[in-house]
Structures are given as structure tokens and as C-alpha cells.
Design a protein around this ligand. Structure first.
Ligand code: ADP
Length: 600
């Protein structure tokens, strides 16, 4: 109920006014009472002189009054005479015959002889009266009593007299009750005014605070557009200004955070590595498209860490890592090898784990290819070396017992095997230079048709020796092309040489050529042994041979087509097996006419 500032202010005001009035009331009533008592005592002191003393100093202010009284007391009708004196001085004594009266009592019995009021009062035996009965002036005042009195013993007559002045304090009581009424009225008016004031005050104070609160709520809702008006230069105005400034700073910070997030989002969206983030409970926070692709599965929001990587690395162990440490592991997804990096992204309990997925498949494959290549090279070189060694040993160990013709044939084999090794080494050198990209190419514009004719002519003898029918059917006109003539002729030689090699004697080999758009092409078809379906994709690989024995027999290294492919690719061309109906093979070479344009 008293939670709102309105109510609190009002309550404070009410309490303030009430307590103020209570203090004023108490102060006033106390002061009125003591003033009344003081003035009574003063009057008595003035009249009764040194017999009534306030502080022990003897005073005789009204000596004639006292001496009159004393002389009246001496005569026979003393009491009545004294009454006359008292009546004559009633004004000075404050005797009003209602609230303050005088009594003349018998000095020893205390019986009332004369009195000023008409009422039949019985006097109470007050301490002052008792003191007078004992012959002493009774002038002690008692603040707690509801009366004031003074009792003066006088000698005279038979027993002496006591003049007793008694004030019922009714005047001060009625004054106090009037004061009380006034204070209560003032209190009611004060309360009404305080309610009004507290309302106005709270309006002035709370209004702007409520506006700032509304602004804060709008801010919390993401609305930074509306600035709060600064209506006054006071503390509330400063608060509003500070609040506006805070909103600006907050907006700037949020914009900066938003920018950063957008940058990260874009990065995550387009990076080729997969990124998956989990909180410390293992619940998915973020996952980029590359991760979905690499893991080859959909990753819905409810996916947890254990479902994806639990078998690879335990989450709890990653969370214990101190940044920037990370853990890595390998994971196979169908035929892909993924390298996984696990890192905690915050040391705090609210942190989590970031998993980066990198596709290592290609790296693995090329590593395997490299190993395979090294194994192939060793194997290819070992076979001729073994042959050379065994024939050379035989010759050495024979001690000249071998017939000359046999020895010569052994030496021929040694020379052939050495040539083969030289071939292999040369081919490997060519390939490694092409791989390294430091093969010097002598580019020039040359006649594509003339090159084909020259290659066909160079192979005519070998074709004839194998009883092949070698035909060249070039298009009417072939353009000049740009390239390394020598190397491209080496490619053509390889294709045509293979056709001659892998076609049984008496076969038919057809060389055709033409242009297609921006390209020239050459096809070599034979009706030879052909290439089985399963091997078609592989014959451009290094050391790949369909029939190893046959290839080796014909002096092949298994590197010719792979070198050809490298050279053609350096010319932005293609070399591939074309569709071939019937037995045999067709190899098609395509080259751009204006290579210089492509290189530019
Ligand atoms: P090689 O030195 O063994 O001829 P290549 O790289 O030139 O090596 O050829 C690779 C393999 O492709 C050959 O070993 C052969 O098995 C096959 N090949 C190439 N051309 C033909 C063709 N015209 N007919 C049948 N097989 C072929």
C-alpha cells in the first residue's frame, strides 16, 4: 500500500504535521499551565511579602496589606475585619470568587471561619494547609495537583488564623481545552494542506521519474528512437539527460555488437570449414551450413553434443581445457575424413564449446597418392634393375662359357632395361617439373594441321611395320593455334603411339581433326584392344596401365598419358576418351585457338 512514492510522501507529510502539532500542543499547554502557576505565585508573593518567598530571599513588597491583616487579627471580630481587607484587595490577589477564593480558618482547628465563595466546600488537607496549621507558611506548589494554594498563618485572637487562598485551576484547564481544540483544528487544516502539498510535491517529483521509468521500459523493449525531454535543470533534469546519454551509448554499443554478429554470421555462413557451438550443457547454440554439409546430416535445434561428437571427445573434458588450449580428433563421415578441433569459448560457467570441422579428405587422398606414387616409382625401377643385375651377374659368373650370341642377347636386354629406366626417370623429371610449374613453355603461333601431319608422318613407318592402316582425315582448313608446338606434338605422338601399340598388327587407325567454336580438336581412333569400362577413368593417372605386362613389353612407362594431360591442361585444353563404337579406342584432344586470350 505504501510502496508508491505518492503514498510515501503523503505519509511523511502527515506524520510531520501530526508530530509538529503534538509538540506545539504539548509545549503550549505546559507553558500556559506554568505561566498561570507562576503568575499566581507572583501575586501571592507581591501581597504577602516576605512571608511568601520563592527563593529564600525575604521580600516585603506589600507591607501595609500584611500589617493591616495582622492588626485586624488582633481585634475581637478579627475574621470579619480580615475579610474586609481581603475583599478590598481581591483584585490584587486575583480573587474572582469562582475559581480563586480566600478562606480564613481557625489557626489551630483549621475550621473555616470566613470564606469568599458561596458553595459549601470542604477544604482538603493539602500539604500547604497542614504546614500552616503547624505555624509555617504553606507556599509549596505542586505541578501535578489540580489546584494551587497558599496558606499563611497569622497570630492573633485565641488560636490565631490561617489565611488560605485556593485556586481550582479551572481557568487554566478551560484555557488548555480551548487550546487543544484550536490545535486539533489546526491539525486538521494542516493535514489537509499537507495532503495537498504532498500531492503537488509528488506530482513534481514523481512525474519526471515516471517518465524516465517509461523511457527505460521502452529502451528495454529495444526502442531507442524517442529521447526524453529535459524539462528542468534540477537533479531530475540531470538524471533525464544522463539517461538519454546512456541510451545513446547503449544504442552505439548494441550497433557495434550487431555489426560484429553480422560479420561473424557472414563468416560462418560462407566459410568452408564447419563450425558448431554448444553451451556447457551440450545444447546446440549455432551451426553453419558447412558443418551440415561435412557431417552429411541435418542438425536440428534440439541436437546435443553427445549425439554428434560424444563418441569422438567427451564434452566434460573439453570444458576443463584452459583457453587457448584445444583438443583435436579425426572423424570419418562416409568416405570423408574430418579433422575436428574442440575449444572452450569461455572460462566462465556460462561458456561452452566450439567445434571446428575441417575436411581433410583431399589432403589424405593426395597423401595416399604420393605414397602410391613413390611405391610405383620404386617398383617400376626395381624391375629393370633386377633384370640388369641378374643378366650382368650371369655374364660375370659364366666365366666366358656362354655362347657369344647368348651373351649379346643378355647385353641387349641390359641395354633395353637401362633405356627403360632412363625413360622412366626422364618422364618422372618431366612430370615433376610440370607439377612444380617451372617447365619452360615455348609459346608461339603455329599450324595445328601441319603438326598433326608431321606426327602422323613420324609414326607412318612404325604403323607400316605393324601392318596398320594409318589414315589422316583432317578438315579442309585448320587454324593457327597458340601453344608450345614441341610439347603438343609430344602429346599427339603419345596418343598415336598408344593407338599403334595397343592395336594388334593389321589394325586400322584413323586420325581426324577439326574446329569447334573457339577450339581445335584431334581424335585418334583405333580398332585395337580397347580399354575396359572399369579402367577408363584411370588411364590418365600416373603409372596406370590396363595390362602392365603388355605395356612394359612395348616399352611403356604408364606415365605418357599423365604427362600429356599435364601439358594439355597447361594449354587450357582437354584430353579424354571419346565415345567409341565397336572394338578399339578413341582419344580426343581439344585445345583453345586463342590461348593468349585465356592467359591474359
Ligand atoms: P604407357 O606408357 O603404358 O602406354 P600411357 O600413359 O601412355 O602409358 O597409357 C596408359 C595406359 O592406357 C596404357 O598402359 C594402356 O593400358 C592404356 N591405353 C592407352 N591408349 C590405349 C589405346 N589406344 N588402346 C588401348 N589401351 C590404351
Amino acid at each position: 500500500m505504501f510502496k508508491s512514492l505518492h503514498m510515501k510522501l503523503m505519509l511523511i507529510m502527515l506524520l510531520l504535521i501530526t508530530s509538529l502539532m503534538a509538540v506545539v500542543g504539548a509545549f503550549l499547554t505546559t507553558n500556559v499551565s506554568s505561566f498561570y502557576i507562576d503568575s499566581f505565585r507572583e501575586q501571592m508573593n507581591d501581597m504577602f511579602g516576605s512571608d511568601v518567598e520563592a527563593d529564600g530571599v525575604a521580600l516585603a513588597k506589600n507591607a501595609s496589606f500584611m500589617s493591616d491583616l495582622l492588626s485586624a487579627a488582633e481585634v475581637a471580630d478579627g475574621a470579619n475585619q480580615m475579610q474586609d481587607i481581603l475583599d478590598a484587595n481581591a483584585g490584587k490577589l486575583g480573587i474572582d470568587y469562582r475559581t480563586r477564593n480566600y478562606y480564613i480558618l481557625d489557626g489551630s482547628s483549621g475550621a473555616v471561619l470566613v470564606k469568599s465563595d458561596e458553595i459549601d466546600t470542604t477544604l482538603a488537607a493539602t500539604p500547604n494547609l497542614l504546614s500552616a496549621l503547624n505555624g509555617k507558611v504553606g507556599d509549596k506548589s505542586d505541578l501535578t495537583a489540580d489546584y494551587m494554594d497558599v496558606a499563611i498563618p497569622l497570630s492573633g485572637g485565641e488560636n490565631g488564623y490561617i489565611i488560605y487562598i485556593l485556586d481550582s485551576r479551572a481557568t487554566v484547564s478551560s484555557l488548555n481545552s480551548q487550546l487543544f481544540t484550536i490545535i486539533m483544528q489546526a491539525l486538521v487544516i494542516g493535514l489537509l494542506i499537507s495532503v495537498l502539498f504532498s500531492y503537488l510535491l509528488s506530482k513534481t517529483l514523481v512525474g519526471p521519474i515516471e517518465k524516465v521509468t517509461e523511457g527505460a521500459e521502452r529502451l528495454a523493449g529495444g526502442d531507442f528512437g524517442n529521447k526524453l525531454p529535459v524539462e528542468s535543470p534540477d537533479e531530475i533534469g540531470i538524471l533525464t539527460g544522463t539517461f538519454n546519454h546512456m541510451a545513446d551509448v547503449l544504442q552505439d554499443s548494441l550497433n557495434a555488437v550487431e555489426n560484429e554478429r553480422n560479420k561473424l554470421d557472414t563468416l560462418f555462413l560462407h566459410m568452408t570449414d564447419g563450425v558448431v557451438a554448444f553451451d556447457h550443457d551440450g545444447t546446440l547454440i549455432h551451426c553453419n551450413p558447412a558443418a551440415t554439409q561435412l557431417l552429411q546430416r541435418s542438425i536440428p535445434k534440439e541436437t546435443v553434443f553427445d549425439e554428434l561428437f560424444g563418441s569422438v571427445y567427451p564434452l566434460a573434458q573439453i570444458l576443463t581445457l584452459q583457453r587457448p588450449n584445444y583438443a583435436d580428433a579425426e572423424m570419418m563421415v562416409s568416405d570423408k575424413t574430418l579433422e575436428l578441433y574442440f575449444a572452450p569459448f569461455s572460462d566462465k560457467a556460462s561458456g561452452g564449446v566450439l567445434v571446428v570441422l575441417h575436411d581433410e579428405t583431399e589432403h589424405h587422398r593426395s597423401e595416399e597418392r604420393r605414397k602410391e606414387f613413390v611405391a610405383n616409382v620404386s617398383h617400376e625401377l626395381r624391375t629393370p634393375l633386377t633384370n640388369v643385375r641378374s643378366y650382368a651377374e650371369t655374364l660375370r659368373d659364366s666365366g666366358g662359357d656362354i655362347p657369344q650370341a647368348t651373351a649379346d642377347s643378355f647385353l641387349d636386354i641390359i641395354i633395353t632395361e637401362t633405356d627403360r629406366m632412363t625413360h622412366i626417370v626422364q618422364d618422372l623429371l618431366t612430370l615433376s617439373r610440370l607439377d612444380a610449374g617451372n617447365t619452360e613453355m615455348n609459346f608461339s603461333r603455329f599450324d595445328f594441321g601441319a603438326s598433326i601431319s608431321s606426327v602422323v608422318r613420324a609414326n607412318a613407318l612404325e604403323a607400316k611395320r605393324r601392318s596398320h592402316e594409318l589414315k589422316l582425315e583432317p578438315a579442309q582448313s585448320l587454324p593457327l593455334i597458340f601453344g608450345d608446338r614441341q610439347r603438343l606434338e609430344q602429346v599427339m605422338m603419345n596418343i598415336l603411339g598408344n593407338a599403334i601399340k595397343y592395336t594388334p598388327d593389321g589394325g586400322h587407325i584413323l586420325v581426324t581433326a577439326g574446329t569447334a567454336g573457339e577450339h581445335v580438336w584431334m581424335e585418334v581412333s583405333d580398332d585395337g584392344i580397347g580399354i575396359p569400362e572399369k579402367d577408363r577413368d584411370h588411364i590418365f593417372e600416373r603409372f596406370y596401365r590396363v595390362d602392365k605386362a603388355r605395356s612394359r613389353e612395348s616399352g611403356g612407362t604408364g606415365l605418357g598419358l599423365s604427362i600429356a594431360k599435364e601439358i594439355v591442361e597447361r594449354h587450357h585444353g582437354t584430353i579424354r576418351l571419346a565415345r567409341h563404337d565397336g572394338p578399339g579406342t578413341t582419344v580426343r584432344l581439344t585445345l583453345p585457338i586463342r590461348l593468349e586470350d585465356l592467359q591474359a
